[in-house]
Design a binder for this molecule. Sequence first.
Ligand SMILES: C[S@@+](CC[C@H](N)C(=O)[O-])C[C@H]1O[C@@H](n2cnc3c(N)ncnc32)[C@H](O)[C@@H]1O
Length: 198
Amino acid sequence: MTGRTTPQVPRITRDEWNEQFGSGRWDYLAEGPEQARYAAICARIRTARAASVLDVGCGAGVLRDHLGDYFSGRYLGIDWSHTVLAKRIRRRDEWLLCADASRLPLRGSFDTVVLSEVLYYLDEPLSAIARMLDLVAPGGQLLISLYQPSADRHPDWHSLIADLDRDVRAMGDTAHQLVTGHSRRNWLLHVITREEQR
Ligand SMILES: C[S@@+](CC[C@H](N)C(=O)[O-])C[C@H]1O[C@@H](n2cnc3c(N)ncnc32)[C@H](O)[C@@H]1O
């Protein structure tokens, strides 16, 4: 872990997330170019034959919808926005929890833990990664997707996220993959695997 201050994008408070989900600000996640990102995450879950998934900052549960019926394992989605969780029509085989990812009231282990477009909203992202890795079962994986803003259009975001990408790689990223949606929207999907035995 690096000693330097970790980059952060502008804070969005919990109330603001509730407001934004209430106004439909994030509805676009369920359509268009973003689907390439969910597909890449699902492919990793499928390839790893994960039987349990923890989706931290799950939002509207779009990832669970993408997993579809082929996934018959345990799915737990956590988000601190009660507004977005209340909107979700819960599947019979999923669990949802309203909680702050910085203070997760969880023990146990999951074959896959996902941070899909969430990491840069969390306080102390590198500490958050360490906490998430503690929830990964031996031999399991932590998947982190990070939007790659264009350097021309969003120079500040670009350099913040480039720093964060570097830090995540330094934490043991084993297989990052560039995912491209149409309209030139790109994400980096980091995979950090936990050793079988520690
Ligand atoms: C850009 S959305 C991504 C939603 C979802 N992961 C997806 O890819 O569709 C970020 C999500 O992180 C959640 N979030 C942000 N900070 C959080 C925190 N401290 N604890 C739990 N959830 C948080 C927000 O409420 C929001 O649902």
